[in-house]
Each structure stands twice: as C-alpha cells, then as structure tokens.
Design a protein. Structure first.
Length: 400
C-alpha cells in the first residue's frame, strides 16, 4: 500500500473540493436562469384550404394556434366561423420543413375567435356525460376556443364544429374594452387549469396602452371542474410594456397587449406581448417569463391594478423582435430530436396584404445545464489533482 505525505493528502483534497465546487455551482445558478428562445425559420401558408364539402375556402385572420400532438396543429380564424387543421413537419433542429393536410372546419356559430387549446380530459368527460344523458351525440374530439364578442370560453366539437357549452370566466373579464377582450387561451401541463387574459386592461383596472405607458391585465387561472386536489382559480396582475417606437406613416393609435400564454409548468408561463403602431416597423413582439408560485392572487381586488405595482408579477425578458408580421398566436410543440422544444407561432394577415405564415422557434430550457467553460475548469483541476498525486507518490522502486 502506497502512503502519501500528510500535506499531499490535504492538497489533493483541496483540489478535488475545488473541482466539485466548480461543477456544482453552475447547475445551481442555471436553475434560476430563464429558458432561451431562438428563431428556427418561417413557412408560408396557402391562401386557401378545402372546407367540409371539399370547396376551397380562404384562410385569413389566423389569431391563435395549438398543438394537438405528433405533427398536428389547429389554428383559429378571428371574426369568422372557421378553424384550420394542419400538419406541420419540424426538422430535428426545429426548422419548419413542410405543411400539408390543411382542412377547414366550419363552426356552428361565428364569433371573434382569438385563441384555442385542447380541452382538459375531466372537462371533456363532463361534456360527454351531459350530452349522453340528453341523448345527444358525444363528441370524439373536443377543443376550447376563446372569443371576445361575448366574451366567452367555449367548448367545440372538432369533427362537427358544434359549440358544446361555455366555461365560466371571472365577471371582471367580461367588462373588457371593445376588441381588447379574451385574446389568449392555454392549458396547464397537468391539465387541471385553464389560462386566459384580456389583451389590455379592463376599464376598472386602468387605462389602455398609449405611447406614454403600458397597460395592466389580469392573467386568469380557471380551475377545471371535477379535478380533485387541483389548484384553485386565481388572478394575477401583469404589466404590459408600452407600444414600441415607430416612424409614423398614417393616422391611428398604437396598441400593446397580451396575445398568447404558454404554460411551461404549473407555475411558469411565457407571455407573448404584441405591440402595433401606425408606421414602421408596424409590429413588435416580446416574450416574457413569469412565475405565479409566490405571486399575489388579485381576484378580490375590485380594480385599480394599474396603480398597484406591489401586486404586479415580476417578469423576465426572454425574446424580442419585429419579424415584419403580426404574430398573434403561440404554442408549445413537440420535443426535438436535437434538443429543446418546438415553439410554433402563427401570423395574422389581418387584411394587410401580408401572407399567412407559421414561425417556428426552439425553446431551450437551460436549467441545470453546465457551461462548457466551467466543465473545462473542472477538468483542468482534475488534471492538476492527478499530477499532484503522481509527483508526491513514492516511486514503485523506492525502498523507503
């Protein structure tokens, strides 16, 4: 058995401890870092798609998008009675390669639809039971859509287009400003909560966005019925940034508001803000990360959230760009073979002559990922440890 001098033991232990420290600290620090978003590419959509009878119908006003699993997505058209089904193929790195199997579903009623999401199973089961008890056809696939005409969150039969019922929303969200109502809809990963928000503040909470300032909206978490042990309904105050700077070209007022919510887990959400102005650039998109774990529930606050900075969610910027188009919808997609998660957006042509298009991003969740430089430092320290051991160890031929 080879014995090292006492000092060599201490030095070796110190170097090993330093290497372990370098390896452990980055992982802890990364947990607090927000995810990173990178643009993967864009893909133009056709102007038309076949309807229920095979006749081509125009695609216009795409305002929301949701992932249905595999390569399947659904997008909603505002101010219409139409929903678009499509298949989007993403490369292993998230690049949008092809879109096909487009089909338009006609809904039984026309509203100013703005977003959509899969219907949570407990709610879909409740709808099925109710319709079965009434002797009505049971839907095979159910989606939720939000519209700002009424406003309301509605369940729809994806195959027939029938409207199946309404999900109750907080009364204060019903007092929305015209054309600034329910713009976003999403489901928590555990399927127990529905998330929605108005685009801009309701009148009781404060002003709409102006060049001089932003607006404060309520992010509403609505508990799905029949869920045991689920999180209760709650509301959280969120401050939207003011409209972006632009070179005025024509008359009109700028706007800035929330157009999409993307839950990452049961506490963290990505919030997509869309800013528009009568000039160049016409639009700016901003994505922020918020967490509601320790946030104040403002459900009992009757109004005035614009003046209550102490109640507003802290938010972390994740991504910002103009992109030259009106992005209104955003949803999580599949896990990518090369790492990260697909994040798919849809651009509304809005009658502006711009094309309908899909924009693909990659969501890089970097929590717990080691920085390469720290790995290099740890490896170097490990090398020093081995060298120290070699230099201080007795030679195999030593007689001492």
């Amino acid at each position: 058995m080879l014995l090292l001098p006492r000092r060599s033991h201490q030095a070796a232990a110190l170097v090993v401890a330093m290497a372990w420290y370098c390896l452990s600290i980055p992982a802890q620090a990364e947990d607090a870092r927000p995810p990173r978003i990178s643009l993967a590419g864009t893909l133009l959509l056709p102007d038309k798609a076949p309807g229920p009878d095979g006749t081509d119908l125009p695609i216009t006003g795409l305002s929301g998008i949701t992932w249905l699993g595999d390569d399947s997505y659904a997008a909603i058209m505002d101010n219409s009675d139409r929903l678009l089904l499509l298949r989007l193929l993403l490369s292993p790195t998230g690049v949008p390669e092809a879109v096909d199997d487009l089909k338009i579903v006609r809904l039984s009623d026309s509203f100013d639809y703005e977003d959509l999401a899969p219907c949570p199973k407990p709610l879909a089961d409740r709808i099925a039971r109710r319709r079965r008890d009434r002797g009505e056809p049971v839907p095979r696939r159910t989606l939720l859509v939000c519209e700002e005409s009424t406003p309301a969150i509605r369940a729809i039969d994806l195959d027939s287009g029938s409207l199946l019922g309404i999900v109750p929303i907080p009364d204060i969200l019903k007092t929305r400003r015209p054309n600034r109502g329910l713009e976003s809809l999403a489901i928590s990963p555990d399927g127990n909560s529905i998330w929605t928000a108005t685009e801009e503040a309701v009148p009781d909470d404060g002003p709409a966005a102006t060049v001089a300032g932003g607006t404060v909206v309520r992010l509403a978490r609505i508990a799905v019925p029949d869920v045991v042990g689920g999180r209760p309904s709650a509301q959280f105050a969120y401050a939207v940034e003011p409209p972006h700077r632009f070179l005025r070209i024509f008359a009109g007022e700028p706007l800035s508001g929330v157009v999409a919510l993307v839950p990452l887990d049961n506490d963290r959400l990505l919030v997509l803000e869309r800013s528009g102005g009568p000039g160049l650039p016409p639009f700016e998109k901003r994505v922020y990360l918020v967490t509601t774990a320790a946030a104040t529930d403002v459900s009992a606050v009757a109004g005035g959230l614009a003046t209550r900075e102490d109640l507003q969610l802290a938010k972390t910027p994740v991504w910002q760009d103009t992109l030259g188009c009106n992005v209104e919808g955003l949803c999580l997609g599949p896990q990518l073979a090369r790492g990260g998660r697909g994040l798919v957006a849809v651009a509304d042509n809005g009658g502006l002559g711009t094309p309908n298009q899909l924009i693909a991003f990659v969501l890089h969740d970097e929590a717990g990922v080691l920085d390469a430089s720290w790995i290099g430092v740890a490896a170097a320290l490990a090398g020093v440890t081995l060298l120290l051991l070699r230099l201080t160890s007795p030679s195999p031929c030593s007689t001492r």
